[in-house]
Write a protein that binds this ligand. Structure first.
Ligand code: ADP
Length: 451
């Protein structure tokens, strides 16, 4: 028989919290059921012990919660073991509580005795198959102990039958049948539960493996792109270096036809260089585990970005304004990349806004982060294309129709930058009316794992 491995640590923590939540319901359930049986049904049971068990269950549930929270917060290196121990200890505690509850409310005659099955299902989710069978055996032994002690009269029997004659605590045939039914139900439940859990865990492991493989393949592909683009960039620089003196007449005069051809070659090389540089940049960011970060002035950064595009706005007669909320200034991050992102938003807005329009940069305080917004009165983005706008090489059809030049890489670089900073990037746009691009940047340094 194949042994089902216990749940993964992250899954186990979630399942333990879930078990704790379920136990709160159990505590409330016991309390209200006892109250109902006492006040409404007027069944004569030992209510004081029943309420005490509910209270004890509540206290130990609270302590389990505290213990789990502390172990998680302290990020103990043996956390998986701690959680596994907690799961293995909690279930027997529940079994003991259930046995005690059963004892004070009818013993093995209590129809709720089958609630033990729920624990077998919970154990199948949390524990290994071996541990589940151990828990089932413990539950069966507790059942037999209860039946035996009440049968022999060593423990009192709290009868739930409407008449004393209906009480079956001394009916040996009933007790044997009930024990066999109870034991087989529990073992079958464990078998079914662990078989299902085993299949699901197998599938989960397969998916995790496929995800890691894909990530690795993506990394290999990015490395390849990095090498190729790097080489292409060098060759392009060499071609430009050769074309430049020819274009400027240093190698002798050119006929108008020759000059036009050389100029077009030069411009095409320039565009290609721009594209290759963008590709190189996004690949580098994707591959980089570390980005240089530090405190910097966002005010100054915004000013630089505005200066960078000012001339373009002037040429198109676009009104370019910027405002930074008082109090917003120093943030921590990769300054160069943030400046480039803001400049890219502004350059796009100017590029996709017709003459005479307006582009506005605002930076506001949003508590733990700053909100950068670039709003324009440009062509906007078709609604059905909005979900793709941050994808690599994606260009909307209206942009392609009016602006032939463009790489479709600027926004994907911006998205990578936002992710590396633990920030968020998004757009609101209406075709024909304009767009607003947002970048929410945490003020504090991002978690080291992300940089
Ligand atoms: P591109 O080089 O094409 O501008 P980007 O990645 O910067 O590449 O932008 C991707 C696409 O997003 C653009 O091609 C365009 O369709 C759309 N876009 C970006 N900014 C704007 C804007 N301000 N107004 C309208 N469309 C925009």
């Amino acid at each position: 028989m194949k042994d089902a491995a216990p749940a993964q640590p992250e899954g186990l923590a979630g399942s333990l919290y879930w078990l704790i939540r379920l136990r709160w319901f159990a505590v409330a359930g016991i309390f209200f059921t006892a109250l109902f049986a006492d006040r409404v049904l007027q069944v004569r049971l030992a209510y004081a012990p029943l309420y005490s068990i509910a209270a004890a269950l509540g206290v130990y549930n609270f302590l389990s919660l505290l213990y789990l929270n502390r172990a998680k917060a302290a990020a103990r290196p043996d956390l998986p073991d701690v959680m596994n121990r907690l799961a293995n200890a909690q279930i027997p505690m529940d079994l003991l509580s259930l046995t005690a509850l059963a004892h004070f409310s009818g013993g093995v005659e209590n129809p709720f005795i089958y609630y033990f099955v729920f624990h077998m299902i919970i154990a199948s989710i949390l524990l290994s198959r071996r541990d589940c069978y151990l828990q089932a055996t413990a539950a069966i032994l507790l059942f037999l102990l209860l039946a035996g002690m009440e049968y022999s009269g060593l423990w009192a029997h709290y009868c739930v039958a409407s008449s004393a004659a209906g009480c079956r605590r001394a009916d040996i045939l009933y007790l044997l049948g009930a024990s066999a039914a109870f034991a087989s139900t529990l073992y079958i439940a464990v078998y079914m539960g662990t078989s299902t859990a085993l299949k699901l865990r197998g599938k989960e492991a397969g998916l995790r493996g496929a995800y890691l493989l894909l990530k690795e393949k993506d990394r290999i592909k990015s490395n390849y792109v990095l090498r190729v683009t790097h080489d292409v960039k060098e060759h392009l620089a060499a071609i430009q270096a050769c074309l430049d003196p020819v274009l400027h007449g240093l190698t002798g005069g050119l006929t108008p036809g020759q000059e036009s051809l050389i100029r077009r070659s030069y411009e095409r090389t320039e565009k290609l260089t721009f594209f290759v540089k963008a590709l190189l940049e996004i690949t580098r960011i994707k591959l980089s585990r570390k980005m240089e970060t530090g405190p910097f002035s966002l005010r100054k950064t915004a000013e630089n970005a505005v200066n960078f595009v000012e001339e373009r706005a002037r040429r198109k007669n676009i009104k370019l304004t910027s405002s930074v909320m008082p109090g917003v200034d120093i943030v921590t991050g990769a300054q160069i990349y943030i400046e480039e992102t803001v400049a890219n938003f502004l350059a796009n807005s100017i590029k996709y806004t017709p003459e005479g329009g307006s582009v506005e940069l605002t930076i506001g305080d949003a508590g733990a982060s700053v909100l950068i917004r670039v709003k324009d009165t440009g062509m906007g983005i078709p609604k059905d294309e909005l979900p793709h706008i941050f994808e690599e090489f994606y260009r909307a059809r209206n942009a392609k129709a009016t602006e032939r030049t463009g790489t479709g890489l600027g926004l994907s670089i911006a998205k990578e930058v936002a992710e590396k900073h633990n920030g968020r990037i998004w757009v609101e746009s209406e075709e024909g009316k304009g767009s607003a691009f947002y970048f929410s940047l945490p003020k504090a340094a991002p978690a080291p794992a992300l940089l």
